[in-house]
Design a protein around this ligand. Structure first.
Ligand SMILES: Cc1cc2nc3c(=O)[nH]c(=O)nc-3n(C[C@H](O)[C@H](O)[C@H](O)COP(=O)(O)OP(=O)(O)OC[C@H]3O[C@@H](n4cnc5c(N)ncnc54)[C@H](O)[C@@H]3O)c2cc1C
Length: 495
């Protein structure tokens, strides 16, 4: 049996592990933390549950992702929640909800339109969302492993939406928002995602939700990771935790072995499921670098990435037992962290975030540009770093209490994570938690699954394709194995 080692036990590494076992590889996942899951994690502090990841799961009821979720047991025992709104945007005394019913959402937007031009823009946006409703996430395997008939089928499935996709890709959310006269609509369109990203992505998300294909779950994030881990173990896979790979030994353009501080591991094939930019910067010798990958991760202005300051708060007062996900706009002082690019803070609470003592965990995310990492990294000492993160967390809390005055005295800060925290735990690049999204100026970007220069190396992880998130991490894990099997079969045929 051919031996395969997967570096990194996040969702992508676990997914690769399951598919590798299904294809009969003797498979070991090596993970640096004591538990697998990577960014898809949950932790506990001061009696409260702090959920690190999922608020929306796309592809939750149809399309190419469902067979993968099923194969991996991702949603085993997990209840899907279908709230009738996706997200709320508070603006002064007004609120806009992205409703599951697209016509209702359209009415919601139109009530704030001040001019015929505003109405026309709303109608165009809704038309775009309708077109994108039937967008397949991606193919169900890497294109180069498809037969001709499969390629034709895939092209047919995307042909209908390709035009809309390309047209709107060249408009940023900010540019679109600036066409509105209505202040609330102007701000709404840049409230959900960083404003430099393409309008297409926001429209595509609304399309998934209103097409009943993006939901949330009545479970903590680590339940998802444990489900896939158990599936892998049931299939006979091995997991080694608490081992960080620090060195690759390459000979004749093949990885011979990999090393942690304590041990050397050898295998026939290797899948990298650690964050791709980290792998390039820290493990792979420069002579094997793909200049395109280096270029993309250096050009942070044209290929921006987002990171976050993540604030976990405890509310010890009755809180509605339902999904709550909204954003509040910064106060006059604003929260300016480095190259801050976003004027809203996202807050969320879920029914499954009720704690044993009856309190509710409220999570807030202050989105940052990846380069804001330097501000935390360059803090001159531990106290300066602590002061910086606490000053941001306090603002986040004050903005919330300013809006919901009855919460004053009932809400406290429990934990704060910065980009340095995310980097420390998962080696993710400068704390970024999602792969690139396209902006109007950058091209679509995906990297090779089969490494061009190292013969027995394949890449998985959310970074291989743009967008990122759980669906991408899982499908990229599968694709790495598809590609490995395809190459392997080709070699056998040649022999
Ligand atoms: C706050 C937050 C909210 C999010 N919300 C959502 C959401 O609502 N919906 C959604 O779809 N996605 C969401 N995501 C994104 C989602 O969590 C990630 O896209 C996904 O978990 C990435 O999986 P991955 O396996 O590609 O990478 P990772 O989770 O980064 O896994 C990489 C693994 O490799 C390990 N590793 C790294 N270096 C080494 C080494 N040298 N040796 C051994 N092991 C190593 C790491 O410890 C880690 O376990 C969110 C993420 C965050 C942080």
């Amino acid at each position: 049996m051919k031996k395969l080692i997967i570096i990194g036990g996040g969702l992508s590494g676990l997914s690769a592990g399951v598919y590798a076992r299904l294809h009969g590889f003797d498979t070991t996942i090596i993970e640096k933390n004591k538990e697998v899951g990577g960014l898809c994690t949950t932790w506990y502090k001061d009696g409260i549950t702090i959920d690190g990841c999922i608020h929306w799961l796309t592809g939750s009821s149809k399309g190419n992702m469902m067979p993968i979720y099923k194969e991996l047991d991702l949603l085993k025992g997990v209840k899907i929640l279908k709230p009738d709104f996706f997200y709320k945007f508070y603006y002064g005394d007004s609120v806009i909800e992205i409703k599951r019913d697209l016509d209702d959402f359209k009415k919601e937007l139109l009530q704030y339109a001040e001019t015929d031009n505003d109405k026309e823009l709303v109608k165009q946006f809704i038309k775009m969302v309708k077109k994108l409703k039937n967008m397949p996430f991606h193919s169900n395997k890497p294109i180069d492993t498809m037969k001709k008939t499969e390629i034709v089928g895939y092209i047919k499935s995307i042909a209908g939406i390709a035009l809309t996709w390309n047209k709107t890709m060249h408009i940023s959310l900010y540019d679109f928002s600036e066409y509105f006269n209505s202040e609330i609509l102007k701000h709404f369109f840049i409230s959900f995602m960083p404003k430099f990203y393409s309008l297409t992505y926001f429209a595509a998300l609304v399309a998934q939700f209103t097409n009943d294909n993006a939901d949330t779950i009545y479970s903590i994030s680590s339940d998802l990771a444990m489900n896939v881990k158990n599936r892998f173990l049931e299939l006979g896979g091995n997991i080694i935790t608490g081992e960080e790979i620090t060195k690759l030994n390459i000979c004749d353009d093949k990885i011979i072995s990999i090393e942690s501080k304590n041990k050397v591991y050898d295998a026939d094939y290797f899948i990298n499921a650690s964050p791709l930019p980290y792998f390039y910067n820290n493990l792979l010798d420069k002579k094997y670098h793909d200049s395109y990958i280096d270029y993309v991760f250096k050009d942070v202005y044209n290929y921006p990435l987002i990171s976050t300051v993540y604030v976990a708060m405890k509310i010890d007062k009755d809180y509605p037992n339902e999904v709550d996900h909204f954003s509040l706009i910064y106060d006059n002082d604003g929260i300016v962290v480095g190259r801050s690019h976003n004027e809203t803070i996202h807050y969320r609470a879920y029914p499954h975030n009720k704690n044993n003592d009856g309190s509710t965990t409220l999570i807030a995310l202050v989105d940052l540009h990846v380069e804001d990492y330097d501000i935390f990294k360059n803090a001159k000492d531990k106290n300066t770093y602590q002061d910086l993160k606490m000053s941001i967390a306090k603002k986040v809390l004050n903005i919330y209490v300013n809006k919901f005055k009855d919460m004053e005295g009932h809400i406290s800060i429990v934990d704060v994570a910065t980009p340095l925290t995310f980097e420390k735990f998962t080696n993710t690049y400068k704390g970024a938690y999602l792969s690139n999204l396209a902006t109007p100026v950058n091209e679509r970007r995906t990297f090779d699954i089969k490494d061009k220069r190292v013969n027995n190396l394949y890449h998985a992880g959310q970074w291989v394709t743009q967008i990122g998130g759980i669906p991408r991490a899982l499908s990229n894990g599968k694709f790495a194995v598809d590609e490995l099997v395809f190459q392997n079969n080709n070699e056998q045929r040649k022999k």
